[in-house]
Design a protein around this ligand. Structure first.
Ligand code: XIL
Length: 367
């Protein structure tokens, strides 16, 4: 039983997070740290020292794509658990994983990820319901009426399974073509159901889990271009006609052929101005060292500058399991060491890495 409060001490969540021991340590070490060029501990409140905590202080989440079959690897799980406060199943909620055979649903691996996240207070992004890729071949074999009911049933079954557990769903993924046409991409859904399939998918999704935010998600839409204009027009049309849509996901897979666009922030902002949230959903940036770190910092700062940019997800925990492993595009290397890009992200989020006494003595700048 809690006693009736008699002092005016603020509730725990309002108190500075530093403990007495830590404060004393910090004070005692201030001179030493300063001489080592470390200023992280001199403020009144300690800066957050993980990606998730730092993002939370900015009112955002910071997530990672997760593969169920790596959760048993101790450093994978501990890096995930320590640093991230949102997860996206990398493949486990896709159609070929959840309904490989028509009407027979399998949720084992997706459940594993959702349970892992929920038991640790992490959010979950749902990815993805209607997509031309990782689609079992039986779907493409259906006639129009059957395809319509299969699509709606798939959305309904998968969303209801996780009802109340998913903060945002990628309802439709990658429905537009690359290049200058601004046209829809050919897919079983597009080819048989026509342009209305996206609207139908979103209406079905709203009915299946009214509390989940419903996103349209795509790549090569990160800057202002013909493809992002087409998505923009879709969202504007949906908003004007009251078709349910809450968010747009920007995958943000970058490399030298597809660099971070200079109008990235402006593009996020114009979508936000339509009245939807924007989320960076699959961020990875090929490269290394300072160049990669600078690019990551720019992306994070762009999100923070847009008030409706509600969170960032990187597309994996460690370079070694990245879908683009040879491009080393993530924040942790193959040994789970923090890369310069990690430092850039954390500091863009207003956090700072914890320096330990031993690190300073041994001349290590960072953990
Ligand atoms: C990728 C996964 O990372 C790979 O493991 C899988 O083999 C293929 O799909 N756009 C998306 C993601 O929306 O689902 C894709 O993920 C990457 C591109």
């Amino acid at each position: 039983m809690m006693a009736t409060p008699t002092s005016i001490e603020p509730p725990p969540e309002r108190r500075p997070r530093r403990s007495r021991t830590r404060t004393a340590l910090a004070l005692g070490m201030a001179g030493l740290l300063a001489s080592a060029g470390v200023t992280a501990l001199t403020g009144t409140a300690e800066a957050a020292s993980t990606l998730g905590a730092a993002a939370a202080e900015k009112g955002r989440y910071f997530g990672a794509a997760v593969a169920a079959n790596h959760l048993g690897e101790a450093p994978y799980a501990s890096t995930l658990n320590t640093e991230f406060n949102s997860v996206t199943p990398e493949n486990e909620m896709k159609w070929d994983a959840t309904e490989r055979t028509r009407g027979s649903f399998t949720f084992g691996s997706a459940d594993q990820i959702v349970n892992h996240a929920q038991s640790r207070g992490m959010k979950v992004r749902g990815h993805t319901l209607v997509w031309h890729s990782q689609l079992p071949s039986w779907v493409a074999g259906l006639g129009t009426a059957d395809l319509r009911s299969a699509m709606n049933n798939h959305i309904t079954q998968v969303m209801q399974r996780y009802k109340g557990k998913i903060h945002s769903w990628d309802v439709v993924n990658e429905a537009f073509q690359d290049g200058n046409s601004g046209a829809r991409r050919s897919s079983p859904f597009q080819d048989k159901l026509g342009n209305g399939f996206i609207e139908e998918a979103f209406r079905t999704a709203r009915a299946a889990d009214p509390a989940a935010k419903l996103c349209y998600n795509d790549y090569n839409t990160d800057g202002v271009n013909a493809k992002s204009n087409a998505v923009y027009n879709l969202v504007r049309d949906f908003k004007s006609r009251g078709v349910p849509i809450d968010c747009v996901g920007f995958q943000s897979h970058f490399n030298s052929a597809s660099p971070v666009p200079s109008d990235y922030q402006a593009n996020l902002q114009r979508f936000a101005a339509l009245g939807v949230d924007v989320q960076i959903t699959e961020l990875d940036i090929e490269g290394s060292g300072t160049a990669q770190a600078n690019n990551y910092g720019n992306v994070v700062r762009a999100c923070l500058a847009v008030s409706r940019c509600t969170g960032i997800t990187v597309w994996g925990v460690t370079d070694k399991y990245s879908w683009r492993a040879s491009g080393t595009p993530l924040l942790f290397d193959g040994n789970y060491a923090k890369k310069p890009a990690y430092g850039a992200v954390l500091s863009a989020l207003g956090g700072s890495q914890r320096r330990l006494y031993g690190d300073v003595q041994q001349g290590r700048g960072v953990e």
